[in-house]
Design a protein around this ligand. Structure first.
Ligand code: NAP
Length: 292
């Protein structure tokens, strides 16, 4: 039998499916034949994604969820199973971020980012794994990490800590759940054009600067990530678990990124730091480092 990228007959649950990458993954999975539950804190976003899928003839369901809350997550999984007849694939795409220097960061801001990105991933994984194990059914989990699981970013220590956590959560959960035939993998996007990154991609100066950090010379689209998600959801990846797949046009390979972002953010937060051009010509960073 030939392995197949087709998801016909599968049920997928996508958190954060009302926007950006999650929405792109929901669309991709539906186009490959899956029934898709679209869950989001923003119910109207989930509904508009689900309605668009239904209008194209794909079975879909919109759900409201707060991934930080166990009761809400458990209800989301139960509703998916009851309404769509099971669960085969879980995508943890709900995620948040903010820009804050350590000295200014509120405790609530830290708890929010870690709560959605890391605790939310745990709660959703737990709810799905409990059902799969009880039913003796296999499952596939795809966590949305980020290149910042390994690439440090000044001004976002909470985000980096959450994604580093997602990476190790993915590896440890993959080990623990392998005996139950549950795969756990992660995707690490670079800069993808979604509402989450609008502050960078919509400002021409910042856009130019960040494009220089992408060896392939363009920002990603949700569909770029959705294609990789399709691989991890399908039987083509049946021998892959505990892995993070970088989907970033090579951005994580660019060593100077952290330094550029640190300078740019420090300049914005502290007037006493000398101004330097936001878009450095090649080699200028080394010159600047030599000056100090
Ligand atoms: P997005 O467009 O902002 O979508 C994220 C969705 O998650 C939003 O609809 C948001 O709802 C929802 N959400 C927030 N808090 C939630 C909660 N407590 N419970 C349920 N849903 C919640 O962001 P995205 O760019 O698609 O990002 C998706 C994932 O990819 C995130 O984990 C992000 O860290 C990761 N990622 C993105 C990029 C990128 O460049 N875009 C790069 C690397 C990694 P609200 O709008 O109501 O808040």
């Amino acid at each position: 039998m030939k392995p197949n990228l087709d998801l016909t007959g599968k049920v997928a649950l996508v958190t954060g499916g009302g926007s950006g990458i999650g929405q792109g993954i929901a669309r991709m999975f539906a186009s490959l034949g899956a029934s898709v539950a679209v869950a989001d804190l923003d119910l109207s976003g989930a509904e508009s994604t689900a309605h668009a899928l239904e209008a194209e003839g794909h079975p879909a369901l919109a759900l409201e969820v707060d991934v930080q809350t166990a009761d809400s997550v458990d209800a989301m999984v139960t509703r998916t199973i009851e309404s769509l007849g099971g669960l085969d694939i879980l995508v943890n795409s709900a995620g948040v971020g903010s820009e804050s220097m350590i000295v200014d960061m509120l405790e609530e801001e830290w708890d929010w980012v870690l709560g959605v990105n890391l605790k939310g991933t745990f709660l959703c994984t737990r709810a799905a794994a409990r059902w799969w194990i009880a039913q003796k059914r296999p499952g596939k989990i795809i966590n949305l990490s980020s290149i910042n699981e390994t690439v440090p970013l000044a001004g976002e220590v909470h985000y980096c800590a959450s994604k580093g956590g997602v990476m190790m959560f993915t590896r440890a959960a993959a080990l623990e759940l392998a005996p139950y035939r549950i795969h756990v993998n992660a995707l690490a996007p670079g800069m993808i054009e979604t509402p989450l990154t609008e502050e960078v991609t919509q400002i021409p100066e910042l856009r130019r600067m960040h494009l220089k950090q992408v060896p392939f010379g363009r920002f990603g689209q949700p569909e770029d990530v959705a294609r990789a998600a399709a691989f991890l959801a399908s039987e083509w990846s049946d021998w892959v678990t505990g892995h993070t797949l970088f989907v970033d046009g090579g951005m994580h390979l660019v060593g100077e990124e952290s330094y550029v972002w640190a300078m740019e953010r420090a300049m914005r937060h502290d007037d006493s730091i000398p101004r330097v051009p936001l878009c450095w010509p090649p080699g200028a960073l080394e010159d600047k480092a030599g000056d100090s």
